[in-house]
Design a protein around this ligand. Sequence first.
Ligand SMILES: [Fe+2]
Length: 583
Amino acid sequence: MNIIGISAFFHDSACCLLQDGCIKAAAEEERFTRVKADPSLPGRAFKYCLREAGLTIGDIDCIAYYEDPRKKLARQLWSGVLAHSPDLMQRIDPGHVERQIRETLGYDGLIRYSEHHLSHAASSYYFSGFTESAIFTVDGVGEWATTTYGMGSGHRLQLFEEVEFPDSLGLLYSTITSYLGFGVNDGEYKVMGLAPYGKPTYADKIEKLISLQKGGQYRLDMKYFGFLAGNCMYSERLPELLGRAPRREDAKLGQWHADIAKSLQVVLEQVQLDKVNYLYERTGSDNLCMAGGVALNCVANGQILRKGPFKRLFVQPASNDAGCAIGAAALAHVALTDERPGNGKLRHVYLGPSSTNRQIHSFLESTSIRYKDYRGDTENLLTITARQLNEGKVIGWFCGRMEFGPRSLGGRSILADPRRTEMRDRINAMVKKREGFRPFAPAVLKEKAQEHFDLDHDSPYMLETCQVISSLDLPAITHVDGSARVQTVHRETNPRFYDLLTAFEKVSGCPILLNTSFNVKGEPIVCTPEDAVRCFITSDIDLLVIEDFIIDRQENDFDRLKFILMHIERSDSGIRHDVYTFI
Ligand SMILES: [Fe+2]
């Protein structure tokens, strides 16, 4: 049974292939088109999924779409959103989805639609490894639902209550994000990163925006919000309430902004804790599954686990709408087979494309870049890389299959020594160009995690924060409140990254690396060797380790790199072409 799952036409379009209930491949469209958060039909990700499994379109039994376009249109008409965005009308015409799938992908088989929050719920529960679990989904909005409560048992999954638009925790968070001068849909991480610098002195004011109701319900006080009436997320009443004009995007951030961010974070956590307590009373399960954009708030997730009633928590690593592709495919699998998909707990998210050494070698040879070839000598490659890290070098790391979801987890990562104070500023200056207050995350050998972090369970997806308790000084990955967003690295799922950490520990005594996503500001995470070399050239990364090859900036002068960049940008051949052009 081959099922393709698709999420598209909003942001973070993605495609996955579920084969006999197991995820064989999954990727976001942005990684191929190089358009950040690309909302278009994921045609390139679709082709990749087929190729990964050696299938053609005739082998597909069903395409599962992640939401109900008719219901969504009804809500958008009700809320008047279309009046402000005529382009959207065409994109969300209910027939548009089917036409695109049929015409663009050339598919004439069964298409199945699931509701948006059901797709989120399924993306978490079916891959949690729990035989039964409570389910909590929270995002901006799907069709009408913004928050849902449910229960999964065996192959059955049911949502028994929902909060409907415009009441939405996700939209509350996005509204304050916008008020603080950050972009909606990608600035929420920044607000979460800013919060630990602040005090919750405005929590009482933020509480005026949202009122807790019985059961799973809550209400937004719409007089403070503008998203129903126009293009602005907030009304003029919000600045009145908080006592300051909204921050312009380029204006300086101060303590006041951090205090607002902290106050918002505290209120979000209070509401979520109240609602998961309710969910526990309703379901009696010790297990909790979460998904939806708000489930990427790793600080709130940590609070839910520490202060909430549930003993075990599983958060879908791709909790944004990209993950809905997996959920929709899982629901189709249940509908068509009456069996549970997932095959136990999700083992890893290395579900994207990889490149062979032969492909990489042929690409490098097609340029005049100077590189060293370590094929057959992996141990030496790891030792050299570990030594360079220990000497303060910043490494671009390209290894195996690309990650699915928003986090880089050692497949497409930028790595550095977490003990060096200057590393945060250096990486920000050379590649990230992002706000200096945002923390970087640590990756740690699984067996060593408890020595350095207050964590009593695995955290392979960087989805929760905990306190740093290490005897080592780790300024580059420790946030101002002493916390870190930890990734535990497991030999079974990424042996080469595990071995690199082991090699680094051998030379430095530190089993931890700073791990951040391999991209420059405003671009998606790199996908192919070409993307990796391009990112290496346009940033100031010292060393690029790309499978069994190492490229050292010192061995390539500026003119040479500039010439190579022009060559890559002109060329439409090479690995990208080789891997993605077929059928
Ligand atoms: Fe969503």
